[in-house]
Design a protein around this ligand. Structure first.
Ligand code: MG
Length: 381
């Protein structure tokens, strides 16, 4: 039986991970759960899965605990995240919280010798070098939950000592794939939140529309698979059936296919190196009929170019891109800036903060703070 701590248990990834725990009660015991603010939902989960510890990480604290939940230790704030990542007994820590707080949680979990199941992009985007060094040091690979990286990881399982020559990172292209550049610039909140294939949180859905999500995924792949950015090719694949592929020296390409359902990559990370049922059927290839692939359009989606530039620049450039993008997306969701301005805000932050370092967690958090400040400053004007 594996003991699992879930950080971000009421979000999209967290609830699907709990679905898998529910399906395999003999395989998993949930020992810790944390949520941001969804108090009632967290209580429900505690009632069902009976963890040792649970916490709310934002807001005014946990408040009154219902009588029937007294068996569980409730905590709040950063202490709750820290306890769930590193103090409560667990073999696996699923980090599915959003934002740069994920970096601290991943480092805490690794320091405590836990296997990290990673659904937080920011940890690798901002602290990829530190995270991968620590993971090597404790001898436990980071198990990716992001569907593309799970696909690449799965394709590499049979590779033995053979290094991949290239990674083919697939992208659905998002809701604006066929739109003109001018129309994308003026896209509304509702339009940006309509993803054709995946059902996800608001931030990542907007990132899919801008393709910053794919930019961040190039960074994740760079660190997870130690692959330079010029050997990571984004391939637009609107059907979202091929979740990514790996090309080898001999010309062979291995791909992983499946329905666009996060329970498959979540389940794979949880059951690795084995596999177990997830409730998701295999894709019906006859019904799907054909799969199509296109070149990405970097004119329409400058996020891809900016991500590669940030990786080449090194230092804190990826952290700056990520922090500025997160602030700009929040401003867009509040209706304060146009969709096209997300790109402008990120580019401006990258230009103004081109010389920051990212050698320690402190430097990374500082770069993140300054990038956000630049975007916010602009909103105030
Ligand atoms: Mg993804």
């Amino acid at each position: 039986m594996k003991k699992i701590a879930i950080l971000g248990s009421t979000g999209s990834i967290g609830t699907q991970a709990l679905d898998i725990c529910r399906r395999h009660p003999e395989e998993y015991r949930v020992t810790a759960l944390t949520a941001r603010r969804s108090r009632e939902k967290l209580f429900e989960q505690v009632r069902e899965f009976r963890p040792e510890m649970a916490g709310l990480t934002e807001g005014a604290g946990i408040g009154d605990i219902p009588d029937d939940l007294r068996f569980c230790r409730f905590m709040s704030g950063k202490e709750a995240l820290r306890a769930a990542a590193a103090e409560v007994d667990a073999d696996q820590v699923l980090v599915s919280i959003v934002g740069i707080a994920g970096l601290q949680s991943v480092m805490d979990a690794l320091e405590a010798g836990r296997q990290v199941l990673l659904a937080n992009k920011e940890a690798l985007v901002t602290g990829g070098r530190l995270v991968m060094e620590k993971s090597k040091e404790i001898g436990k690979p980071i198990l990716p939950v992001d569907s593309e990286h799970s696909a690449i990881f799965q394709c590499l399982q049979g590779a033995g000592p053979n290094r991949a020559k290239r990674i083919l990172l697939t992208a659905s292209g998002g809701p604006f794939r066929t739109w003109s550049r001018e129309r994308i610039r003026k896209a509304t909140r509702e339009e940006a939140l309509k993803h054709p294939n995946w059902d996800m949180g608001a931030k990542i859905t907007v990132d899919s529309a801008s393709m910053f999500n794919k930019g961040l995924e190039i960074m994740e792949a760079r660190w997870l698979f130690d692959m330079p950015e010029d050997r990571i090719q984004v391939v637009v694949h609107p059907e979202s059936i091929v979740h990514s592929a790996v090309e080898f020296e001999d010309g062979a390409v291995l791909a992983q296919l499946g329905l666009p359902d996060m329970r498959v990559p979540i389940g794979y990370a949880m059951s690795y190196p084995g596999r177990e049922t997830t409730g998701v059927p295999g894709p019906d290839l006859f019904a799907i009929g054909k799969l199509t692939f296109e070149q990405p359009d970097e004119e329409k989606f400058p996020s891809l170019r900016m991500a590669k530039e940030a990786l080449k620049a090194g230092g804190a450039a990826c952290t700056v891109l990520n922090g500025a993008n997160e602030e700009a997306v929040a401003a867009f969701l509040r209706g304060e800036i146009a969709f096209g301005e997300i790109y402008e805000r990120v580019e401006e932050a990258m230009e103004r903060l081109s010389d920051l370092k990212a050698g320690s967690l402190e430097e990374i958090f500082e770069a993140d703070r300054r990038a956000r400040e630049i975007v916010r400053e602009k909103e105030r004007k």
